[in-house]
Each structure stands twice: as structure tokens, then as C-alpha cells.
Design a protein around this ligand. Sequence first.
Ligand code: IPM
Ligand code: MG
Length: 369
Amino acid sequence: MSDKKNILILAGDGIGPEAMAQVNRVIDWFNANGKTSFEITEGLVGGASYDAHGEPLTEDTLNAAKAADAVLLGAVGGPKWDDLPFDKKPERGLLGLRKELGLFANLRPAVVFDALAEASTLKIEVVSGLDIMIVRELTGGIYFGEPRGIEELPNGERKGVNTLTYTTSEIERIARVAFDLAMKRGKRLCSVDKANVLECTILWRETVEAVHADYPQVELSHMYVDNASMQLVRNPKQFDVIVTTNMFGDIISDTAAMLTGSLGMLPSASLGAPLADGRIPGMYEPVHGSAPDIAGQNIANPLATLLSFSMMLRYSFDDMDGADLLDTAITRVLEMGLRTGDIMQDGKTLVSTSEMGDAVLEELEGLAG
Ligand code: IPM
Ligand code: MG
């Protein structure tokens, strides 16, 4: 890559900053070795932003995110901010970024590294070789539907309301992303809904069916979400690409994460529609949360954040070589037996967050040299 690209780093809360520190080192390595030419801007989001500015997402951060070529986010949230009013909570910062940047397509790959197949709580034969892609709709559905809120009823009761809505265009665009991905992979797509109960997902199913006409080579199936959650632990390898709504995707992607051994291993990419200037908005973040219980101890697993950077290279910068290089370095470190606490197994070597970073850098050196 020749021209300078700008990456906005929002490390966020909890283990976000310590995991991100390892990514910063890796980005420095890529730059120093002439593999990339990234300019880093850093900003605050979530609780960290609230503490500094009284808002989980400021205009400045939002504008920086819009101006950047890609955003890398750590994690948000923690008990410290639990009692804040709803609109000040750290999670609102993350949801605000997703919405304001129009990041409607959330790609959550669940890949089992051979070295980690035994770290899963599931039988090795169930998970070894697993490689599935969950495509989660990210800017619609019950997360954003109106009306919403908690209201007082005349009888003194309170009533909580959230609304599940999807328009055909919202469903079509996420379906296209999923079909396109399926075409590049195993050509099988499973759409997950609750069409036996929710009208909104009857429309979801019909619309996915309609888009299928443009992708005749893809084998399309449908599954109710309760069954899908069961099938994911029963026989996850039956899936190739899964496409689903915002909330169902939130839930089943955590399930899929555990197939891989740890939530600490899963990256994600959130992409928007191409802008007038040709850029495609992209934000990359680990699927795991801020893990406040282990924050600041240098024991968190930085690999999901590192793998998120690899996804950034792949999806925002079309840098397949760079992404493959980093993925290979991570695979090797795992094969060498290095483990953070969350993926620790008998006979392996327990390492800290920064030691994991050291090892990845060493492997990068070795692979490049
Ligand atoms: C995720 C998280 C978020 C979500 C939270 C932190 C708002 O669980 O990215 O899966 O629900 O989308
Ligand atoms: Mg989640």
C-alpha cells in the first residue's frame, strides 16, 4: 500500500486498552517493515469517554470515525458505569457508532484453530476444523426499533417496550452481503429467523428467498433461531454462512464463540454501504466484552483484537498478504503452546497479554525474515 491510510483506534474500557496495546505494536511492525502505511489516531469511547467528557460518544470521536479509513475498537462497558442513565451508558457509544456509521453488516467468523480444538468445552470431533461465518444485521431490528422505552400505565404498572422492525431494503442488503460471502466460501447459506412466531421475520424469510433468485449457485436453507442455537452446539460443521437479525446474531455469535474455545478468540468486522468517495465504512472489534473482572492485570487474551486488525487488512484494505501473515503468526504462536488464561490447557505455557504480543511479533519477524 502506498498512500497513507488513517486508522482510528478506540481502545475503550476494561481489557480494551491492554489488548489494543498489542495491536499498536503489530501495526508499528507492519509500518516499520514497509508492509503498510498507516497513520494512527486515538480516541475515547464508552466509559472512558464518559469519564472524560460526560458522553459515551462525542461529536469529535464520531467525526474522527467518519473521517478514518477504518476504525478499530477494543471493548466498552463495566460495572463502574452500570448506574448511569440509559443514554450515558458505555454501550450507547458502541451502538451510536454502529448506527451513525451505517455499519449494517456484522461479520463474525467462528474458526477453530487446530491447536485450540481441545480448549473447547465441546468434543473435539464436533469442533475441529470448524469454519463458519455469522452475518449479523447490525443497525436495525429490535436494537433500534421504535417505539421503545419504559412507560407508566394508568393503573400504576410500568410497561417496557421494544419493537422489532425490518424493512425489505434492510433485509435485502444484509442478505446480499451474506450471499456474496457464501459465493466466496462453501456456497451454503442458512437464514435464521423466528418465522413461526414473528411477522417481522416472515418478511425476513420471504425477502431472503427473493434475493436468492440472484444467487442460484448458493444453497439456501432456513432455520428457526431456537433450533439454530441447538444445532450450533450439536453439529456446528453443518453451517457455512449464517445470516440473521441483530438480536439473534448477538446471541448465537456468543454460542459460536465458545465452539472455538474462548470468546477471547473471536474478531468481527462491521461494514457499511460504499460512500460517495468510494470508501466503505468499516469498524473492527473483538466479539468479547470489556471483562472488567480481569482488566488491568495483563492477563487478557489479545488475539481477538489482533485478529480484528487482520480482518481490517482483509476487508478494508484488501491486503490479503498482510492478513494471512498475521493469521499465520497467530496460528504458530498457538501451535507453540502459548496460552492466555482463557484458553489455557494442561501442558501448555501460560503467558500474559504482553507476552502473547511479544510472541506474535517474534513470529512476524521470523515469517518476514
Ligand atoms: C456485541 C455486544 C454488544 C451488542 C453490546 C456490548 C451492546 O454484546 O457486540 O455482541 O449487543 O451488540
Ligand atoms: Mg454480544
